[in-house]
Each structure stands twice: as structure tokens, then as C-alpha cells.
Design a protein around this ligand. Structure first.
Ligand SMILES: Nc1ncnc2c1ncn2[C@@H]1O[C@H](COP(=O)(O)OP(=O)(O)OP(=O)(O)O)[C@@H](O)[C@H]1O
Length: 288
């Protein structure tokens, strides 16, 4: 459904790639979290899928199409199958809830009759039944995000991309939005969600793709935001809190540094070959 083959993107005027050598595949119906520090490349991945940007190197295939081969005239048609929601909702402030959602269908040239049926249906789906005449400023953040989701899915897209959709919401409201996204996913829409929301990722235990400095450092099914170290040859107390607070690769590095340091001092010479730190397996070579 979505396939990246050795994809890199260097923005004009920058000497540092936003993403480097990304290879992964997302299958139809999956719900995938994209995690990683600010600037690690999550939004860039979503923009590449949405064909807002083209890669500098490598290939992106979405819905069976090589995105390099889609002419600019055909880009709007390609995007009909992809919904997008953002952290800041991006609603049209001068239009009502119903008009915001209807607008997404009007630009696609849908008939008045279809719009008249689809808009109340989707507002009911997102839990905004009877709120169609309100304006965005009369809604809470969670309600505004529901409108944005309604607008993104009213045309029943194959893929929904979400860029930190809970970033402006409190934990309880975020859970409600997550519940809605799960329902949309259960109805067959593939979802890719960039997020910093630790508790949501930890609660959901979905596939997690982690980016660090534009590279994939983890691709794990049933993952959490920051995976725990499952088994240490040395007791965990031996690591400082600062070390434990960092990710697993950093812990592995920290262990390696410590073992190396003690080897150098002669304390552990030949006793320890390598630190034994169990980290979740990366998903490689996924089949369609
Ligand atoms: N249009 C652009 N022009 C130049 N550099 C860009 C552009 N868009 C993104 N970048 C750079 O690419 C890198 C990745 O940015 P990106 O927005 O994809 O990260 P992110 O993981 O989504 O961050 P955040 O969590 O803060 O949204 C950053 O170094 C950023 O400065």
C-alpha cells in the first residue's frame, strides 16, 4: 500500500538530508505510529506520501503507483484517496462545521445530493451529530479535531495521514480522538500517525517506526514509544538514571562504553565479549 525504497530527501539550500535511505512497507489496513524527536523527519515522510514533496533519491510507491510518474495535473486525483489531519486542525474559520466538511466534497465536484447525505453521516460518525451549524471558534479543541477528521475521511480515503493529531489536546480528549481513529482504521482505512504522545503509543501497542536524524532506527510491531530494556547481563541499577532515561540503543551504547572502559582498566579483561542488551527486533523484508 505504501512502500519506500531507499528514500532520501534533501531540501534545496540544505546540506543535511531531512530523511535518509528509508526503506519500509506499510500494508493495507495497518495502523502505524511514526515516532522520533523533533526534526527527525516524521512530517517529511508524511509529505512524501502525500506527494507534497518528491524524494531526492529512491522511490515511493503508494496505492500501486510510482509517485515520480504522477504528473502535476494528476496529483489532485491521487490525493482523493488520501486524507490528512494536522495538529492545528486547519479549519476554515468563516465556514460552519457542515460547510467545512462539505467543502472537501465540493472541490471534488460531488453532487449536492451526495453532499447532503454524506455530511450528516460523517458528522455522526465522528460524534458531532447536531453540531453542523456551529463555527469552529464555538468548538473545543477536541471537537475541532473531530471536524478535521470528518473532513479528511468524508470521501472515504484509502489512507489517512495524521501529523500529531493529539498534539494540542489534553490526555482525555486525545484518547477520544484515538478511539475515533481506531474506528476509522477498523473500517479499512490505513492510518499513519506521527506523534509525540507517549501514553497513546504505549497504550495502543501498534507498529512503531522510529526515526532519528532522518533514519529508521526501529520498526517494531506491538511497539511502545520508548522500548524498555528487557534483560541486562549487568543489573539495571548499575546504569545511571541519565543513561536509563535514554533509548535502548543508547543504553546498549552506554553498556558498551562501560564494558570497554573496564576492559581498558583491566578489570574485566576477556570476561565480557559484548553487552547483552535485548532490544526488540526490527521488522525487515515485510511482504505484501
Ligand atoms: N521545507 C523545508 N526546507 C528545508 N528543510 C526542511 C523543510 N522541511 C523540513 N526540513 C528539515 O528537515 C528535517 C526534518 O523535519 P520534519 O519536519 O520532517 O521533522 P519532524 O520529525 O516532523 O519534526 P516535529 O516533530 O518537530 O514536527 C528538519 O531538520 C527540518 O528542519
Amino acid at each position: 500500500m505504501i512502500r519506500f525504497d531507499s528514500v532520501s530527501k534533501v531540501f534545496p539550500g540544505s546540506d543535511h538530508p531531512a530523511v535518509s535511505d528509508l526503506t519500509f512497507e506499510i500494508l493495507r489496513g495497518e495502523f502505524v505510529f511514526l515516532v522520533g524527536p523533533s526534526g527527525s523527519g516524521k512530517s517529511s515522510v508524511l509529505r512524501l506520501i502525500l506527494l507534497e514533496d518528491l524524494p531526492t533519491d529512491g522511490q515511493v510507491h503508494v496505492l500501486g503507483q510510482d509517485l515520480r510518474r504522477i504528473s502535476s495535473r494528476k496529483v489532485p486525483y491521487y490525493r482523493r484517496d488520501i486524507g490528512m489531519v494536522f495538529q492545528d486542525f486547519r479549519l476554515l474559520q468563516g465556514k460552519t462545521v457542515a460547510e467545512n466538511v462539505a467543502y472537501a466534497l465540493q472541490v471534488l465536484g460531488k453532487s449536492r445530493a451526495l453532499i447532503g447525505e454524506a455530511v450528516p453521516d460523517v458528522l455522526e460518525t465522528v460524534g458531532l451529530d447536531g453540531m453542523g451549524d456551529r463555527f469552529p471558534h464555538e468548538l473545543s479543541g477536541g471537537e475541532q479535531q473531530r471536524v478535521a477528521i470528518a473532513r479528511a475521511v468524508v470521501n472515504k480515503p484509502e489512507i489517512l495521514l495524521a501529523d500529531e493529531p493529539t498534539g494540542n489536546l489534553d490526555p482525555e480528549t486525545s484518547r477520544g480522538i484515538m478511539k475515533l481513529l481506531k474506528r476509522i482504521n477498523a473500517n479499512g482505512t490505513t492510518i499513519v500517525m506521527a506523534t509525540h504522545d507517549v501514553s497513546i503509543v504505549d497504550e495502543e501497542k501498534r507498529r512503531v517506526i522510529q526515526l532519528d536524524d532522518g533514519r529508521i532506527t526501529r520498526d517494531e510491531s506491538g511497539g511502545v514509544y520508548r522500548p524498555a530494556v528487557l534483560e541486562l547481563e549487568e543489573p539495571a541499577e548499575d546504569l545511571t538514571l541519565a543513561e536509563l532515561d535514554e533509548g535502548p540503543s543508547t543504553i546498549a551504547d552506554a553498556m558498551a562504553r562501560r564494558v570497554g572502559a573496564r576492559d581498558a582498566a583491566g578489570d574485566l579483561e576477556n570476561e565480557v565479549d559484548a553487552p547483552t542488551v535485548e532490544v526488540p527486533k526490527q521488522r525487515k523484508g515485510r511482504n505484501k
